[in-house]
Ligand binder design. Structure first.
Ligand code: SF4
Length: 339
């Protein structure tokens, strides 16, 4: 029987989508994902977490619990600095420990992504997981767990040129230790849309609505009560941060680049400022979770930007486990009336 590692589906989209399964498959380890969020996962997660945790953290608990009986261990990376000088949310820094504490019946393996300390440091944090894997599975893991083998598998997965995160990783590692997104200059007004490599976002045939927010929230149809389907049902194309190239977001983040402490904040702000300047995007919906510290800062910065002559409807939808669908839909209707 092969070793089986569980990956919570919300993390599938976070930072480097596809990286983790590629990494484990290169090691000959089978991967199983938790299913899309459903009521059972949602309710279980809410019960396991303290009340003041953000909603995505609660939902993640439910996913980890759902994987416990299906995998030898669940892998949850510890993001500390996904880019030099750009910190992760404090909850991500502690994620594996929080889960071990709250879901003790599930074995959690982790590694640390800290590009402030460098890629070599990040790779060294794989060694401990390799030892755990060897210890837990013995002969079931064909080929063993030499540190070199585990590190090599990760580097191969990370630097695969056709992977969507390739450009980003190369940019960040090239600037290792030199400070975040300093290579991107200019401002939204300097964008040449025809040259912007917008993944098909130029020359849209239908009007669009930008949906801004953390991918594990905006892409979760259960938690967001089918928001994207509801927007599409009104004849608007949905554009999210996944559709906007990484370098363009960084470019549009001017003048906040190099001043943001959180990498994901730069990403969200850059996405919003890109879409505010896209003529086919008729309005923005920012989906946030109650108790998200990063969003509270990004929204404040964004609202200040909006006041500089951008005449597009922008709405924030704040979610927690008590959010009801009828109130949610009423706000959405009001937004569509403004478009
Ligand atoms: S960034 Fe916000 S939503 Fe995401 S884990 Fe941190 S507090 Fe929660």
């Amino acid at each position: 029987m092969k070793l089986m590692v569980g990956l919570p589906s919300p993390l599938r989209r976070h930072e480097y989508p596809g990286l983790w399964e590629d990494f484990f498959q290169r090691l000959g380890v089978d991967v199983v994902f938790s299913p899309p969020t459903n009521k059972a996962i949602f309710d279980a997660g809410v019960k396991l977490c303290t009340g003041d945790a953000c909603l995505p953290l609660k939902v993640l608990h439910g996913h980890v619990l759902s994987l416990g009986s299906r995998a030898d261990a669940v892998f949850v990376p510890r993001f500390v600095y996904p880019a030099p000088l750009e910190a992760a949310c404090p909850k991500f820094c502690a994620l594996p420990d929080i889960l071990r504490l709250n879901v003790p019946e599930v074995t959690v393996w982790d590694m640390t992504v800290d590009l402030n300390k460098g890629l070599v440091y990040t790779l060294s944090t794989l060694d401990e997981m390799g030892r755990f894997m060897e210890h837990a599975t013995g002969e079931r893991w064909a080929g063993g767990a030499s540190a070199g083998r585990v590190r090599a598998a990760f580097v191969e997965a990370l630097t695969r040129p056709q992977a969507p995160w390739y450009y980003r990783i190369m940019s960040e590692c090239a600037g290792e230790g030199s400070g975040g997104c300093g290579g991107y200059e200019g401002g939204p007004g300097a964008i040449d849309w025809d040259q912007a490599n917008l993944s098909g976002l130029t020359g849209l045939t239908e009007p669009a609505v930008g949906v801004i927010g953390h991918g594990y929230l905006t892409q979760d149809a259960f938690v967001t009560m089918n928001l994207q389907a509801k927007i599409a049902g009104r004849g608007y194309r949905v554009i999210t941060g996944d559709d906007v190239p990484y370098d363009l977001k960084r470019h549009c983040c001017y003048p906040f680049q190099n001043r943001a402490f959180w990498g994901v904040g730069v990403d969200l702000l850059g996405t919003a400022l890109t879409l505010l300047n896209h003529e086919d995007v008729k309005g923005l919906i920012y989906v946030t979770s109650f108790a998200c510290g990063i969003d509270s800062v990004v929204l404040e910065l964004l609202e200040r930007q909006e006041s500089y002559g951008k005449e597009k409807p922008c709405m924030r939808l704040c979610l927690d486990e008590h959010t009801g669908e009828s109130g949610f839909d009423t706000r959405l209707e009001a937004f569509f009336d403004l478009l």
